[in-house]
Design a binder for this molecule. Structure first.
Ligand SMILES: NC(=O)c1ccc[n+]([C@@H]2O[C@H](COP(=O)([O-])OP(=O)(O)OC[C@H]3O[C@@H](n4cnc5c(N)ncnc54)[C@H](OP(=O)(O)O)[C@@H]3O)[C@@H](O)[C@H]2O)c1
Length: 261
């Protein structure tokens, strides 16, 4: 139900809030007394999270919107259907994203390329295409994109995921220029290894293989990235933190990870 909200309150829209980093960002912003639009495909999770946050923070208004960012029509319809009080988004966190399989290009299923490109690049573009004009109308706003260390480096068997995150970085930098005259900030947060459902999704439900990714090291947790998103979003109006690379201490680069037995 789209209840009326007080437009004097701050509002964040977080894509991919049903798990991992997006869910942690939602929890953090609610605790900081922000209203929220939360999106994702798994509506039961979205509803459960919205209800939990509404109970814990009765002054916070939360709206759950279920849609697939790969579905252009559904994405535009869901967002454009928001009433004006829910369009006054102060911060958009473009977080929905995924990796699919770990294979060389010559073996990878093209359907995996499509899912990564359509979600990580075009999904982010679709949501931004709708929300940026709302921000332009108000002459303020902040878009925070979830890139990755894979957008700054590459690794074998991750060509397409790396390409999508390089694209996120390029789009972020271009949009920063496009929206600068409107006083809209566009920032990038590029994490290294964060233990979420990310690897379970990448390995299509193989939890053992997913757990091995973090074996022998202390990875980042979703709250570490939510902290960074909050830091970026809560700077004074004249301060624009444009780019943050955040790694677990055990990780020096994409390929150098110090594991303990
Ligand atoms: N974990 C890491 O090590 C890591 C490192 C660097 C960057 N990142 C980036 O951080 C972001 C969040 O990842 P995470 O680690 O939190 O993974 P996660 O736990 O798997 O969460 C991913 C979120 O994205 C949503 N999502 C995926 N495809 C979607 C679609 N087509 N439409 C709408 N929502 C969709 C999922 O919701 P539904 O399934 O309910 O739709 C889920 O809420 C991603 O962009 C990822 O590339 C992660």
């Amino acid at each position: 139900m789209m209840g009326k909200r007080n437009v004097d309150r701050r509002l964040a829209l977080v894509t991919g809030a049903t798990a991992g980093i997006g869910e942690a960002v939602a929890r953090r912003f609610a605790a900081e007394d922000w209203d929220l639009v939360l999106t994702g495909r798994r509506s039961e999770r979205l509803i459960a999270l919205s209800q939990e946050l509404a109970e814990r923070f009765p002054q916070v208004s939360v709206l759950a919107l279920t849609f697939d960012v790969c579905d252009e029509e559904a994405t535009f319809a869901a967002l454009e259907g928001l009433s004006e009080d829910w369009q006054s988004v102060d911060v958009l966190v473009n977080n929905a994203g995924l990796s699919q399989s770990l294979e060389p290009v010559h073996r990878q299923d093209p359907a995996d390329w499509d899912r990564m490109i359509d979600t990580n690049i075009k999904g982010l573009l679709r949501v931004s295409r709708v929300v940026a004009p709302w921000m332009r109308r108000r002459g303020r706003g902040h878009i925070i994109n979830l890139g990755s260390i894979a957008g700054k480096e590459v690794y074998a068997n991750g060509a397409v995921y790396c390409a999508t995150k390089h694209a996120v970085e390029a789009i972020t930098r271009s949009m920063r220029m496009e929206l600068n005259p409107d006083r809209i900030k566009v920032g990038l947060i590029a994490p290294g290894l964060v233990e979420t459902e990310f690897s379970i999704v990448r390995f299509k439900g193989d939890r053992e293989r997913a757990a091995a990714v973090y074996h022998g090291l202390e990875p980042l947790v979703a709250d570490d990235i939510a902290d960074a998103v909050w830091y970026m979003a809560s700077r004074p109006a004249h301060v624009h933190v444009a780019d943050m690379l955040i790694l677990p201490t055990a990780q020096a680069s994409m390929g150098q990870i110090t594991r303990r037995p």
